[in-house]
Write a protein that binds this ligand. Structure first.
Ligand SMILES: CSCC[C@H](NC=O)C(=O)O
Ligand SMILES: [Zn+2]
Ligand SMILES: [Zn+2]
Length: 422
């Protein structure tokens, strides 16, 4: 078997490539992935649906190319970091010799997963394993800024159609406990801007219907809603992904002056921005009504605009979730593979934020969100993001088990037959 330090140094190499938004070095990442693929004799293809945003697609052909394939997805971009607030620079991939923690932006989200797929394949190849089903690995750009130019273009392409994908694996979240976490759906982002107008006037005057007062009324109502949703989580009645979250992310109002803002003028316009996340089972229409009638009523001189509004339903009008019961053989196989790897997963969850998995689920494809990181604090998008080396190495074994189980699965199941009729 290979020396773990060799495996870890490949992970570090990938982490050291600065693929931070808004100017990710995609080509360097692509070059690295393709060079790894060559060493593993995987077929590779670079797709550039949008100039400057390459997508790398790797293929390990199966013995039976007529069977639906398996897609192991990851994204190559990472979010920006405030470098000076990190203990070790975010692209150093520093390995702490005492704890074994590897510090880097992307160590959890999600360069770990992308390389673990490759490492698992390396081990499987070394053991002489031959897949029955074709395996694809996609390394997508653009995820952290919405995915329209990455996953969005990919799922609409002829290349994707020809891949005949049966199941997609994408990212999950770290777990602070012994159990891994798995995700069968995710909340839809609704990015809402609420705007108020009102009569301007002297800062000393008390009068009704100012823009500020109108906006503040909305903010109060939205805060009450937020608190009620949060209470359900705090009381343990609902999981984080099962409530509607609303967080105010900006406030914009006032009349600028050289020293800041004019202090004795009540402005005629005010705005607030909200990041709303809607669970797939939420009543979308009722939330839309609530926004129009209570949060931004025209009767209070309010209006609103969505900067982003992803439907909770798939293109067939059904909640965009993947079945996690006996109706979905891929879920059963996933559970089986986890057990075989001597690992455990908790109850499947709704991912609280967004991933590229939604593009696959929207098309009716099953997708499981999973990042094998147990006993790990959730640090994606945070300072000092890290992953422990032993967790990383353990995750490779887990993927080895999943890939083996998936790629060997032979029966032509009812769920596959019915999906093809759609
Ligand atoms: C709506 S696209 C934004 C995607 C982003 N994904 C991960 O953090 C998120 O904010 O959830
Ligand atoms: Zn991610
Ligand atoms: Zn992210």
């Amino acid at each position: 078997a290979e020396d773990p330090s060799t495996i870890l140094s490949r992970f570090q190499q990938y982490l050291q490539i600065n693929t931070a938004q808004p100017h990710p070095n995609y080509y360097e990442a692509a070059e690295f992935i393709i060079s790894q693929a060559k060493l593993l004799s995987l077929e590779s293809q670079t797709l550039e649906f949008v100039k400057g945003k390459p997508l790398i697609l790797l293929k390990w052909p199966g013995n039976d190319p007529t069977l639906p394939s398996i897609l192991l997805n990851s994204h190559t971009d990472v979010v920006p970091s405030e470098h000076h607030k990190w203990t070790h620079p975010p692209f150093s991939a520093h390995l702490d010799s005492t704890t074994g923690n590897i510090f880097a932006r992307g160590s959890q989200d999600m360069k770990c997963v992308g390389l673990q797929y490759l490492e698992a394949i390396r081990k499987l190849k070394a053991s002489g394993f031959r897949p029955l089903r074709t395996l694809y690995l996609s390394f997508l750009p653009d995820e952290e800024i919405g995915g329209n130019d990455g996953a969005g273009k990919f799922v609409d392409s002829d290349v994707f159609a020809k891949m005949n994908v049966g199941i997609v694996l994408d990212e999950g979240l770290a777990s602070p406990t012994d159990n891994y976490r798995a995700f069968y759906g995710e909340r839809s982002p609704w990015w809402l801007v609420v705007k108020a107008v009102g009569a301007p006037g002297h800062g000393a005057k008390l009068y009704d219907n100012t823009a500020m007062e109108n906006l503040l009324k909305s903010i109060e109502i939205i805060r009450r809603f937020r608190a009620a949703q949060f209470d359900l989580v705090k009381a343990g009645q609902k999981a984080e992904g099962e409530v509607i979250s609303v967080n105010m992310v900006f406030l914009k109002a006032g009349t600028p002056s050289p020293s800041g803002f004019v202090m004795n003028l009540q402005p005629s316009e005010a705005q607030a921005g909200f990041d709303i996340r809607v669970p797939p089972t939420a009543d979308q229409a009722s939330l839309e009504r609530r926004i129009a009638d209570e949060w931004a009523p025209a009767s209070r001189n309010m209006s609103f605009e969505f900067k982003q509004k992803v439907s909770v339903n798939d293109k067939f009008g059904r909640p965009a979730v993947t079945a996690v019961d006996s109706s979905n053989i891929w879920w059963a196989l996933f559970e089986e593979a986890i057990i075989k790897a001597n690992a455990r997963i908790g109850k499947p969850e709704i991912f609280p934020a967004s991933t590229d998995a939604r593009y696959f689920r929207e098309r009716g494809l099953p997708a499981i969100g999973f990042s094998p990181m147990a006993n790990t604090p959730i640090l994606l998008h945070d300072h000092n993001e890290f992953l422990n080396k032993d967790e990383y190495l353990k995750g490779i074994d887990v993927y080895e088990s999943i890939i083996k189980t998936y790629a060997s699965y032979i029966q032509y199941q009812r769920d596959e037959a019915s999906r093809e009729e759609l």
